[in-house]
Design a binder for this molecule. Structure first.
Ligand SMILES: [Zn+2]
Length: 281
């Protein structure tokens, strides 16, 4: 097990930065390497821009332009974490059809949008596609990280949920082949899952990295044009979680499995696991 490596699997460009970006910044400074896995092809969504009057204008692009834009932003954010994204490129469930001028949902038998290969299942069903699970399991095995972080199965966004399913299936596949690292789900805010989504078991205190995390999120300009503002939602959420955890800014997680430490790791936990274990309720 590489006790200086963290692997994160996010559904969309910006999810990793939002949900675990503070942890990645903190532990990168502590000598950890980051493996950044992007599950979808990022072909959907709008392009948001902050106007001088403080309002946000959102426009739309076709799939090729949108994928290129979001991957550019994703590359830049990953670069500032000292890494490059691994794109699994599972198609999202919908996209903007330029000819029709509206969002179109992928359905069985529908024509493929530009830039989408025929042999890759959509993110919604990737978790039950053995080659897709095997591919991600192999990435986990090749990197052999101390911890894998991903979305929770209680995520409200169905592509987040589906990414959690894919990452979890791949995790257990890797465990079957000898992987001993941990899997944690991050807690997302702004959901309508009520108290269930407020449950968490452990956290990372990234108080000293709060501003850097917001700057990191802000690299996803087309999604997060307000990241620099003191009223930015994810900054407020960071402070709320911090308050709940007894610090200023925290990212909260639930354990799916603790790392399987054996004699070769000695009695001393590596720094990230140590913080997660000490902070476990
Ligand atoms: Zn997302």
């Amino acid at each position: 097990m590489n006790t200086n490596k963290i692997l994160s699997v996010g559904a969309h460009a910006d999810d990793i930065e939002i949900e675990v970006g503070g942890t990645l910044l903190k532990y990168r400074d502590a000598g950890y390497a980051v493996v950044y896995v992007m599950a979808t092809n990022n072909m959907s969504g709008g392009v948001s821009e902050l106007l001088s009057d403080g309002t946000v204008r959102t426009t739309h692009e076709g799939t090729l332009a949108m994928m290129a834009r979001r991957k550019r932003e994703c590359d830049e954010a990953a670069r500032s974490l000292g890494t490059a994204p691994i794109h699994l490129d599972h198609p999202q469930r919908h996209y903007w059809d330029e000819a029709l001028g509206k969002e179109v949902e992928l359905r069985y038998g529908c024509p493929l949008p530009p830039g989408v290969p025929a042999n890759v299942p959509s993110i919604l069903t990737a978790y039950e596609d053995p080659p897709s699970v095997e591919r991600l399991a192999q990435i986990i095995l090749d990197n052999d990280p101390e911890c894998v972080f991903t979305h929770s199965v209680s995520a409200m966004n169905v592509e987040h949920f589906a990414t959690a399913r894919l990452a979890t299936a791949a995790f257990w596949r890797a465990v079957d082949k000898g992987f001993r690292g941990a899997l944690l789900y991050w807690r997302e805010g702004h959901t309508r899952l009520g108290e269930f989504n407020c449950r968490w078991e452990t956290f990372v205190d990234y108080t000293r990295y709060l501003d850097r995390k917001m700057a990191l999120i802000g690299l996803h300009r087309c999604q997060m044009p307000k990241a620099h503002l003191p009223t930015f939602g994810h900054r407020l959420l960071a402070l709320r979680w911090g308050q709940a955890c007894g610090c200023r800014a925290a990212e909260c997680f639930t354990w799916v499995r603790h790392a399987d430490y054996r004699d070769d790791q000695g009695l001393v936990y590596p720094p990230l696991t140590l913080e997660l274990v000490q902070n476990t309720k």
